[in-house]
Design a protein around this ligand. Structure first.
Ligand code: GLY
Length: 302
């Protein structure tokens, strides 16, 4: 049984960006699905799908990411292998187009789970992970947003996510391969105008990403400060495992906790060990796509 689900962020995606989001999640899904159908692993499928969205300037991940208060782009990512429960993550890395690839290297080639900033970049050099120029990550849309924010007397991440209308284009993927292995990953540029060194939920295992073969996997998107406080990804896995919720109900349960306990906004994708999907969000829209052996065509929705 093979299944894969991707997301490209939950927010009030404007009408004129719907096509780009649809195309972006669709092409990421295809990249991951191709790997699964050729006998590849869930981990490789997750990495390939996320690499596609990191390349795509539509999303707040890799190229196209938000700019921080200091005018830099700092990226976070994590990946988890549900078979072994190994995990790798990086935070606040600069000049790397594919932070999920670096997170995978942390998982595969170090004894650690999370490396940050200069240490993560030193590890990237040791592992021959390609570096790029800052201009390769920056797009005009985000430079304009950053300039506009600098004209405001005050602006905070809470302002960016406390309402449902602000951008949150974090990307993620969960996959199940024919061997019954689940993997999950998430990649992001974080929040607009974030404080330098700020780290959100995406690289925190249990918050942005979680996978365990006996249950399934989750990737989240939304306001990281809120998501961290409710340990969102692991809370959803626990709801399936211990409360015996369906993936749909567990996804909704996670978003309800996020909103009722910490006034958070965001979205989640869930995939169980049996290849069943759950999706929930409390923003006007969320870009997502999924495919499995049980359906004839990919489902792509924004
Ligand atoms: N969920 C992405 C972030 O807050 O960094």
């Amino acid at each position: 049984m093979k299944s894969i689900i991707v997301h490209g962020g939950a927010w009030d995606i404007p009408d004129d960006m719907l096509g780009d989001h649809r195309n972006g999640v669709s092409s990421a899904l295809s990249a991951g699905w191709d790997i699964l159908t050729n006998g590849g692993s869930a981990l490789d499928a997750v990495q390939a799908a996320i690499n596609k969205m990191e390349d795509d300037p539509t999303f707040d991940a890799g190229r196209g990411s938000f700019v921080n208060m200091a005018g830099q782009i700092e990226l976070d990512a994590s990946i988890m292998d549900g078979r072994t429960m190994r995990a790798g993550a990086v935070a606040a890395v600069r000049n790397i187009l594919h932070p999920i690839t670096l997170a995978r290297a942390v998982m595969d080639k170090s004894e650690h789970v999370l490396l940050v900033s200069d240490g993560a970049m030193r590890f990237a050099r040791e592992q021959d992970i390609p570096f790029c120029g800052a201009d390769d990550l920056l797009v005009g849309r985000e430079f304009e947003r950053w300039k506009e924010i600098q004209t405001r007397p005050a602006y905070s991440g809470r302002e960016a996510f406390a309402g449902s209308t602000n951008p949150g284009d974090t990307v993620g993927c969960v996959a199940l391969d024919d061997q019954g292995n689940v993997a999950s990953g998430t990649s992001t540029g974080g929040t607009p105008n974030k404080y330098p060194g700020r780290v959100g939920d995406s690289p925190i295992i249990g918050c942005g990403t979680y996978a365990v073969n006996s249950v399934g996997g989750v990737s989240t998107t939304g306001w990281g400060e809120a998501i961290i406080k409710v340990v969102l990804a692991k809370s959803i896995i626990d709801a399936i495992d211990m409360l015996k919720m369906t993936p749909e109900d567990a996804a909704q349960h996670g978003i309800s906790i996020l909103h009722s306990r910490v006034e958070g906004y965001g979205g989640v994708i869930v995939l169980t060990k049996k290849g069943k999907f759950g999706i929930a969000f409390n923003t006007p829209r969320m870009a997502r796509a999924y495919m499995s052996d049980e359906i004839s065509e990919p489902v792509v929705t924004v």
